[in-house]
Design a protein around this ligand. Sequence first.
Ligand code: B1M
Length: 224
Amino acid sequence: MDFKLKKVERKGRQMDFSTLSEAIINGNRDVATKETQAAVDAGVPASDILQEGLIAGMSVVGQKFKANEFYVPEVLVAARAMKSSMGILRPLLAEANVQAVAKVAIGTVQGDLHDIGKNLVAMMLEGAGFEIIDLGVDCSPDKFMEAVKQNGASVIALSALLTTTMPSMKDTVEVFKQAGLREQVKIMVGGAPLTQDYADSIGADGYAPDAASAVDLAKDLIAA
Ligand code: B1M
């Protein structure tokens, strides 16, 4: 698979974000950090650096992961490089009041301590411009509810790795129904033992089999 990284026209100026995007794709944290700082110092808006540099790079990572050209370690180093660049951009984005695509509260469900896949999904979503509220592991239905009520999450993302903890996903959907808030949130689920049929049976809005598909799903859900 061949990916081309584009040059972007900004206010009549050709901006070349390809070195930054490539640093993200290759997981080169030092180059990514240096390029991000250089772009900031040159007066490039943080939102452009995010969109055309970081998100463009992470989206290639997602495509390569889906195509089995990248595996978990490559995605993790790419996400680590992106996090480092985000450390520079986050305060500037907040200052400029740049809105995230949507707020996603993500967690591994109650009784379940597996978090490697959940973290990957969170990093890929952040790479796609979502604001992430990471609730960690062993999250009760009430914890997801709090994230919606107190932090304004519009999507909740539930991960489960154990067949014995999958029912907590159903409980979480039920808690939102009982609180009369089911229509206000999109609920997405994933994790190795999950299937689309299971997601449908518990009334979730969507299921994604991997971290790259989770990004596509979250985008579809907020657009629906
Ligand atoms: Co556990 N464990 N584990 N374990 N563990 C499994 C899951 C298991 C399949 C191993 C086995 O028996 N073959 C088995 C589950 C069996 C079952 O229920 N079907 C199992 C068991 C039984 C247990 C314990 C009960 C063992 C014991 O104590 N007797 C125990 C449970 C503890 C608990 O949670 N309460 C336990 C403990 C652990 C460790 C702590 C040692 C460790 C977890 C460390 C951690 O996460 N920080 C661990 C690990 C590492 C595994 C395996 C080996 C690897 C899981 C992993 O990280 N995969 C796993 C066996 C295996 O899968 N080969 C196993 C890599 C990760 C990138 O993939 O998490 O699937 P995954 O995420 C993918 C997708 O699923 C998807 O995207 C990710 C990336 O593409 N995805 C989502 C995940 N969440 C998503 C959410 C989405 C969308 C997509 O939207 C919201």
